[in-house]
Structures are given as structure tokens and as C-alpha cells.
Design a protein around this ligand. Structure first.
Ligand code: ADP
Ligand code: MG
Length: 352
């Protein structure tokens, strides 16, 4: 290396670009699980099975009964910015979880990824990529749907590997991700299995597809995930304002929690961690709860995709509303109505 040499600008190769992108898209095993399960949901799956080993560090396998991928499309699924979900002409009109076409190439750049898939009317096929090196498509045996297997996440990026937390912590994060997605999709069955050490493993979460109308299904699913006590203490929320629908269940103030652990917010089916929404929830319960208590709720906002931007962050957990005031007003008034209707007076007027 010559000192003071003139810097040379070079185009990075795909493997390097994917590895850099992976740093944003795949923070930890739970983010990989999220991407893979969202893909299965986008594929129209009715049942999704997830197997993990060692906190997802050595193995994440997601099996679905969705639409599958034809053999000729498998290399594209692993290509950067290739997606079947949008055509790029209208980035504000997004109806699927995915749209960036980044998850699979990112995962294939930092781990060992194998996709086995069979689409209706096509042969089953398999493709593998490890550390960004893609192999040729080969025939496989599978009845229907897709199996995506990710081994040795971050083996190709040792720096990231060092930031991995304990198996227990990563397993917990995966559990949380699966439960959140399962809340938003009560008609889909989910199974999460820990297969550390090999064998059949141990089922750590299971939710069969719920039936009935949306509220029945959601109530059943929330009882499954948050427990019967939440479900028994939950008020049905069903409100609408200027094209925004708010549905879900919010717990009576008596079922409040010491922290915000039981707050689940979704925008167009997407689990979000959004300051505006959390603030609105807090505001709605303001008169009903003391300051150190936190409401419990699972709330779903649905709106025309044009009214919200989900493209704020690669993990898509933040959103921007065109009219934040409107959304806040809807949440506060709908929850207050429900709480007042349930006969709960302000905590300031009730002796504890
Ligand atoms: P995105 O979800 O943003 O489109 P991904 O990299 O996650 O990008 O996936 C790329 C493409 O691979 C998807 O657009 C989809 O066509 C296909 N795909 C991925 N996972 C599945 C799956 N489980 N079933 C069917 N197709 C899938
Ligand atoms: Mg995706």
C-alpha cells in the first residue's frame, strides 16, 4: 500500500452489498424468523411451522403450505431487490409484508440458506446459498409449499456473531416475534418447536387456526397467547373514522400491568412499535389508571396503504401516518368510550 495514494472508487460486489444490507434487515435470529414467517404469510399459508435450535443461531426452519416458488424463480427469490409483491411503480400501495426483496439475499449472505419449494402444477426444487455463494437449482421432494432452512446465521459475519445474546435470550425474542405475528393472523395455525440437540424437539408455542368471525377468532387467539384472564377482561374495540378502522381488544384498567409488556399494536397487519400509537394508548387510559400502571391491549389499525408509510425502516417496525392527529383521536375516543361504557370511572375519583 502506497502512502497518500489517491483513493480509488470501486463498485462493491453483490455479496458485500448483501452483507451490508443484512446488518439492517437481520439484526438477530428473531429478525430472520420474522422475515421468513412474513414470507409464509404473504404466500397465503394456512399453517406455518417454525423450528429453531440454539436460539436460532444454528438453525431456523420455516415450513409453510403456501403458494410455493417454481424452479425457474428460485434463483430470483435469492436475488437482491427481486420481489413478486410490488411492481415498483407505486411504493405507497403495499398490501404485503414484504416488498423490498432483501430478506432472502441478506440471509443467504450471512448464513447458509436452503429453500425447498413446490408450486401448484410445478416440480419441487431446491436452491442453496451460503455466505453469498449460490448453487444451482436441483430437483427435490416436497408435496406442496415451501421449506426455508437457515443454518449458522452470521457465520459469514463474525463481528455480528459476537453480538449474539444467550440462546435463552434469543429464543425468547423469537417467541415474542412469533406470538405477535400469530396475534395478527388468527386464521393461520402456528407451531414453534425448539429442536436444540436434535430429534423431534419440544413445542414451545402452538396456536391452531381459529374459527368464527374475525372478532371470535381474534378473541380465541388472544386467549391462547395472552391467557384467559386477558380475554375475560378485554373490551371489544370496533371503531372507524375517515377511512381508518380500529379493531381489537383492550383490557379493563383492573387488568393493567406494571410495564408495557402487554401492548400489541398493528398497522395493516404489521406489528409495530410506534411512539404515536403507544402515546395514544396511554392517553386513552390516562383518567383510568395511575401513572405506574400500563394498559394491556391488542389493537389493529387498518387503512388504505396510501395513508401510511411503512417504508420508514428496513425492519418495518416504524410507520408514518399522513394524519397522526386523526389516528390518535380515533384511538383515544374509541378506547375511552369502551372504558366508560364498561362503567369505569376515572381513577382519580375511585378510592384504591
Ligand atoms: P420480499 O418478501 O420483500 O418480496 P424476500 O427476499 O423476502 O423479499 O423474498 C423474495 C421473493 O421470494 C418473494 O417476493 C416471494 O416471491 C418469494 N418467496 C419468499 N418466501 C416465500 C415463501 N415462503 N413462499 C412462496 N414464495 C416465497
Ligand atoms: Mg420477505
Amino acid at each position: 500500500q502506497v502512502e497518500n495514494a489517491q483513493p480509488v472508487i470501486r463498485q462493491l460486489d453483490d455479496a458485500a452489498i448483501n452483507r451490508i444490507a443484512a446488518g439492517e434487515v437481520v439484526e438477530r435470529p428473531a429478525s430472520a424468523v420474522k422475515e421468513l414467517v412474513e414470507n409464509a404469510i404473504d404466500a397465503g399459508a394456512r399453517r406455518i411451522e417454525i423450528a429453531i435450535a440454539d436460539g436460532g443461531k444454528t438453525l431456523i426452519r420455516v415450513t409453510d403450505d403456501g403458494c410455493g416458488i417454481t424452479p425457474d424463480q428460485l434463483p430470483l427469490a435469492l436475488s437482491r431487490h427481486a420481489t413478486s409483491k410490488i411492481d415498483g411503480s407505486d411504493l405507497l400501495n403495499i398490501h404485503s409484508f414484504g416488498f423490498r426483496g432483501e430478506a432472502l439475499p441478506s440471509l443467504g449472505a450471512v448464513g447458509r440458506l436452503t429453500i425447498t419449494s413446490r408450486a401448484a402444477g410445478a416440480e419441487a426444487a431446491q436452491i442453496a446459498v451460503a455466505g453469498g455463494a449460490m448453487e444451482a437449482v436441483k430437483p427435490a421432494a416436497l408435496n406442496r409449499g415451501t421449506i426455508v432452512e437457515l443454518r449458522d446465521l452470521f457465520f459469514a459475519t463474525p463481528a455480528r456473531l459476537k453480538f449474539m445474546r444467550t440462546d435463552r435470550a434469543e429464543t425468547q425474542a423469537i417467541n415474542d416475534v412469533v406470538k405477535r405475528l400469530a396475534m395478527a393472523e388468527p386464521f393461520i395455525g402456528f407451531t414453534l418447536r425448539d429442536v436444540s440437540g436434535g430429534g423431534e424437539g419440544r413445542v414451545t408455542f402452538r396456536a391452531d387456526p381459529e374459527s368464527g368471525d374475525l372478532f371470535d377468532a381474534l378473541h380465541g387467539r388472544l386467549a391462547r397467547i395472552l391467557g384467559a384472564e386477558f380475554a375475560d377482561n378485554a373490551l371489544k374495540i370496533d371503531a372507524e373514522r375517515d377511512g381508518f378502522m380500529l379493531t381489537g381488544y383492550a383490557a379493563l384498567p383492573t387488568y393493567s400491568r406494571g410495564s408495557a409488556v402487554a401492548q400489541f399494536l398493528f398497522v395493516n397487519g404489521r406489528p409495530v412499535k410506534d411512539k404515536l400509537l403507544v402515546g395514544a394508548l396511554r392517553g386513552a387510559y390516562f383518567d383510568f389508571l395511575s401513572r405506574d400502571r400500563h394498559p394491556a391491549a391488542a389493537l389493529f389499525i387498518e387503512c388504505d396503504p396510501h395513508l401510511v408509510d411503512v417504508n420508514v425502516h428496513p425492519a418495518k417496525s416504524e410507520v408514518r401516518f399522513r394524519d397522526p392527529g386523526l389516528v390518535r383521536g380515533l384511538i383515544v375516543s374509541a378506547l375511552r368510550n369502551a372504558l366508560s361504557g364498561a362503567g369505569h370511572r376515572a381513577s382519580t375519583t375511585v378510592a384504591d
